[in-house]
Ligand binder design. Structure first.
Ligand code: GDP
Ligand code: MG
Length: 178
Protein backbone atom coordinates (compact mmCIF):
# COMPACT_ATOMS: atom_id res chain seq x y z
CA UNK A 1 0.00 0.00 0.00
CA UNK A 2 1.06 3.63 -0.40
CA UNK A 3 2.33 5.64 -3.30
CA UNK A 4 0.68 8.35 -5.30
CA UNK A 5 -1.08 6.16 -7.82
CA UNK A 6 -3.75 4.45 -5.79
CA UNK A 7 -6.26 7.30 -5.87
CA UNK A 8 -9.74 5.89 -6.21
CA UNK A 9 -12.42 7.63 -8.15
CA UNK A 10 -15.85 6.53 -7.08
CA UNK A 11 -19.09 7.32 -8.85
CA UNK A 12 -22.28 6.85 -6.90
CA UNK A 13 -25.96 7.25 -7.54
CA UNK A 14 -27.65 9.20 -4.74
CA UNK A 15 -31.39 9.68 -4.40
CA UNK A 16 -33.13 12.27 -2.21
CA UNK A 17 -36.49 11.32 -0.75
CA UNK A 18 -38.89 13.11 1.58
CA UNK A 19 -42.05 15.13 1.84
CA UNK A 20 -42.68 18.02 -0.51
CA UNK A 21 -41.33 21.28 0.90
CA UNK A 22 -38.73 19.86 3.32
CA UNK A 23 -35.90 21.43 1.28
CA UNK A 24 -34.52 18.59 -0.86
CA UNK A 25 -33.97 20.78 -3.92
CA UNK A 26 -32.46 23.56 -1.80
CA UNK A 27 -30.00 21.08 -0.24
CA UNK A 28 -28.90 19.96 -3.70
CA UNK A 29 -28.62 23.53 -4.98
CA UNK A 30 -26.59 24.54 -1.94
CA UNK A 31 -24.26 21.57 -2.35
CA UNK A 32 -23.80 21.78 -6.12
CA UNK A 33 -23.95 25.55 -6.75
CA UNK A 34 -23.36 27.05 -3.31
CA UNK A 35 -26.62 28.96 -3.62
CA UNK A 36 -29.91 29.30 -1.79
CA UNK A 37 -32.89 30.57 -3.75
CA UNK A 38 -35.94 31.10 -1.51
CA UNK A 39 -38.15 31.32 -4.60
CA UNK A 40 -36.98 27.99 -6.05
CA UNK A 41 -39.52 26.09 -8.08
CA UNK A 42 -41.30 22.95 -6.99
CA UNK A 43 -39.62 19.89 -8.46
CA UNK A 44 -41.74 18.08 -11.02
CA UNK A 45 -40.99 14.37 -11.33
CA UNK A 46 -37.27 14.40 -10.66
CA UNK A 47 -34.17 16.36 -11.55
CA UNK A 48 -30.57 15.27 -11.94
CA UNK A 49 -27.33 17.02 -10.95
CA UNK A 50 -23.72 15.94 -10.40
CA UNK A 51 -21.09 17.07 -7.94
CA UNK A 52 -17.62 15.67 -7.20
CA UNK A 53 -15.85 15.96 -3.86
CA UNK A 54 -12.31 15.05 -2.84
CA UNK A 55 -11.67 13.29 0.45
CA UNK A 56 -8.56 13.65 2.58
CA UNK A 57 -7.27 10.26 1.46
CA UNK A 58 -7.34 11.67 -2.12
CA UNK A 59 -10.33 9.56 -3.08
CA UNK A 60 -12.76 11.47 -5.27
CA UNK A 61 -16.46 10.76 -5.14
CA UNK A 62 -18.75 11.85 -7.94
CA UNK A 63 -22.33 12.05 -6.73
CA UNK A 64 -25.01 11.57 -9.37
CA UNK A 65 -27.90 13.16 -7.52
CA UNK A 66 -31.54 12.35 -8.23
CA UNK A 67 -33.79 14.92 -6.59
CA UNK A 68 -37.33 13.58 -6.53
CA UNK A 69 -40.69 15.31 -6.18
CA UNK A 70 -42.43 14.62 -2.86
CA UNK A 71 -45.96 14.88 -4.18
CA UNK A 72 -48.18 11.83 -3.72
CA UNK A 73 -48.84 11.55 -7.43
CA UNK A 74 -45.17 10.80 -8.03
CA UNK A 75 -44.80 8.25 -5.21
CA UNK A 76 -45.35 5.38 -7.65
CA UNK A 77 -42.34 6.57 -9.65
CA UNK A 78 -39.99 6.61 -6.65
CA UNK A 79 -38.72 3.04 -7.15
CA UNK A 80 -37.37 4.14 -10.55
CA UNK A 81 -35.14 6.59 -8.73
CA UNK A 82 -34.02 4.58 -5.72
CA UNK A 83 -33.46 1.35 -7.68
CA UNK A 84 -29.73 0.84 -7.99
CA UNK A 85 -28.96 3.83 -5.78
CA UNK A 86 -25.89 3.39 -3.59
CA UNK A 87 -27.05 6.19 -1.31
CA UNK A 88 -30.46 7.38 -0.13
CA UNK A 89 -30.81 10.69 1.67
CA UNK A 90 -34.14 10.89 3.49
CA UNK A 91 -35.03 14.44 4.42
CA UNK A 92 -37.55 15.93 6.85
CA UNK A 93 -38.18 19.45 8.14
CA UNK A 94 -37.46 19.90 11.88
CA UNK A 95 -40.53 22.17 12.14
CA UNK A 96 -42.84 19.47 10.75
CA UNK A 97 -43.68 16.24 12.62
CA UNK A 98 -45.69 15.16 9.54
CA UNK A 99 -42.56 15.31 7.45
CA UNK A 100 -40.70 13.23 10.08
CA UNK A 101 -43.45 10.59 9.84
CA UNK A 102 -43.13 10.69 6.05
CA UNK A 103 -39.37 10.21 6.34
CA UNK A 104 -40.01 7.03 8.32
CA UNK A 105 -42.30 5.81 5.56
CA UNK A 106 -39.47 6.30 3.04
CA UNK A 107 -37.00 4.46 5.26
CA UNK A 108 -39.35 1.47 5.40
CA UNK A 109 -39.81 1.60 1.61
CA UNK A 110 -36.03 1.58 1.13
CA UNK A 111 -35.60 -1.30 3.57
CA UNK A 112 -38.18 -3.31 1.61
CA UNK A 113 -37.25 -2.38 -1.95
CA UNK A 114 -33.86 -0.64 -1.98
CA UNK A 115 -30.58 -2.40 -2.59
CA UNK A 116 -29.50 -4.30 0.56
CA UNK A 117 -26.16 -2.51 0.95
CA UNK A 118 -27.59 1.00 0.42
CA UNK A 119 -26.07 3.76 2.57
CA UNK A 120 -28.90 5.72 4.17
CA UNK A 121 -28.75 9.16 5.72
CA UNK A 122 -31.50 10.81 7.76
CA UNK A 123 -31.45 14.58 7.43
CA UNK A 124 -33.37 17.07 9.59
CA UNK A 125 -33.35 20.20 7.44
CA UNK A 126 -34.29 23.85 8.22
CA UNK A 127 -32.21 23.70 11.41
CA UNK A 128 -32.04 27.51 11.24
CA UNK A 129 -35.73 27.64 12.24
CA UNK A 130 -34.96 26.63 15.82
CA UNK A 131 -37.80 28.68 17.40
CA UNK A 132 -40.24 26.64 15.33
CA UNK A 133 -38.65 23.27 16.04
CA UNK A 134 -41.16 20.44 16.56
CA UNK A 135 -38.92 17.40 16.07
CA UNK A 136 -36.20 17.06 18.71
CA UNK A 137 -32.61 16.27 17.80
CA UNK A 138 -32.88 13.20 20.03
CA UNK A 139 -35.87 11.83 18.06
CA UNK A 140 -33.81 12.08 14.89
CA UNK A 141 -30.77 10.44 16.47
CA UNK A 142 -32.84 7.61 17.98
CA UNK A 143 -34.69 6.78 14.78
CA UNK A 144 -31.52 6.85 12.70
CA UNK A 145 -29.64 4.67 15.16
CA UNK A 146 -32.42 2.07 15.24
CA UNK A 147 -32.33 1.88 11.45
CA UNK A 148 -28.59 1.88 10.88
CA UNK A 149 -28.60 5.32 9.33
CA UNK A 150 -26.27 8.27 9.50
CA UNK A 151 -28.01 11.33 11.03
CA UNK A 152 -27.37 15.04 10.60
CA UNK A 153 -29.30 18.31 10.87
CA UNK A 154 -28.71 20.82 8.08
CA UNK A 155 -29.76 24.22 6.86
CA UNK A 156 -29.79 24.78 3.13
CA UNK A 157 -30.49 28.43 3.95
CA UNK A 158 -27.36 29.07 6.05
CA UNK A 159 -25.33 26.21 4.46
CA UNK A 160 -24.86 24.69 7.90
CA UNK A 161 -23.72 21.03 7.64
CA UNK A 162 -24.50 20.72 3.91
CA UNK A 163 -20.95 19.83 2.83
CA UNK A 164 -20.54 17.71 5.98
CA UNK A 165 -23.60 15.67 4.96
CA UNK A 166 -22.03 14.66 1.66
CA UNK A 167 -18.56 14.17 3.15
CA UNK A 168 -19.91 11.84 5.83
CA UNK A 169 -21.79 9.87 3.20
CA UNK A 170 -18.65 9.60 1.09
CA UNK A 171 -16.71 8.21 4.06
CA UNK A 172 -19.32 5.52 4.59
CA UNK A 173 -19.35 4.21 1.02
CA UNK A 174 -18.11 0.69 0.52
CA UNK A 175 -14.74 0.89 -1.25
CA UNK A 176 -14.03 -1.23 -4.29
CA UNK A 177 -11.52 -3.93 -3.37
CA UNK A 178 -8.12 -3.65 -5.02
P1 GDP B 1 -38.48 20.19 -1.73
O1 GDP B 1 -39.93 20.12 -2.15
O2 GDP B 1 -38.18 19.17 -0.66
O3 GDP B 1 -37.53 20.11 -2.88
O4 GDP B 1 -38.29 21.61 -1.00
P2 GDP B 1 -37.60 22.93 -1.62
O5 GDP B 1 -36.15 22.73 -1.72
O6 GDP B 1 -38.34 23.33 -2.84
O7 GDP B 1 -37.87 23.95 -0.41
C1 GDP B 1 -39.19 24.22 0.05
C2 GDP B 1 -39.23 25.55 0.80
O8 GDP B 1 -38.44 25.49 1.98
C3 GDP B 1 -38.68 26.72 -0.01
O9 GDP B 1 -39.51 27.83 0.24
C4 GDP B 1 -37.31 26.96 0.56
O10 GDP B 1 -36.93 28.30 0.46
C5 GDP B 1 -37.48 26.52 2.01
N1 GDP B 1 -36.25 25.96 2.60
C6 GDP B 1 -35.49 24.96 2.10
N2 GDP B 1 -34.45 24.69 2.88
C7 GDP B 1 -34.54 25.55 3.94
C8 GDP B 1 -33.75 25.76 5.11
O11 GDP B 1 -32.74 25.11 5.39
N3 GDP B 1 -34.18 26.75 5.97
C9 GDP B 1 -35.29 27.50 5.73
N4 GDP B 1 -35.62 28.42 6.63
N5 GDP B 1 -36.05 27.31 4.63
C10 GDP B 1 -35.69 26.36 3.75
MG1 MG C 1 -37.89 19.79 -4.87
Amino acid sequence: NGGANDTKNLRVKLVLLGDSGVGKSCIVLRFVRGQFDPTSKVTVGASFLCQTIALQDSTTVKFEIWDTAGQERYAALAPLYYRGAAVAVVVYDITSPESFAKAQYWVKELQKHGSPDIVMALVGNKADLHEKREVSVQDGIDYAEKNGMFFIETSAKTADNINQLFEEIAKRLPRPST
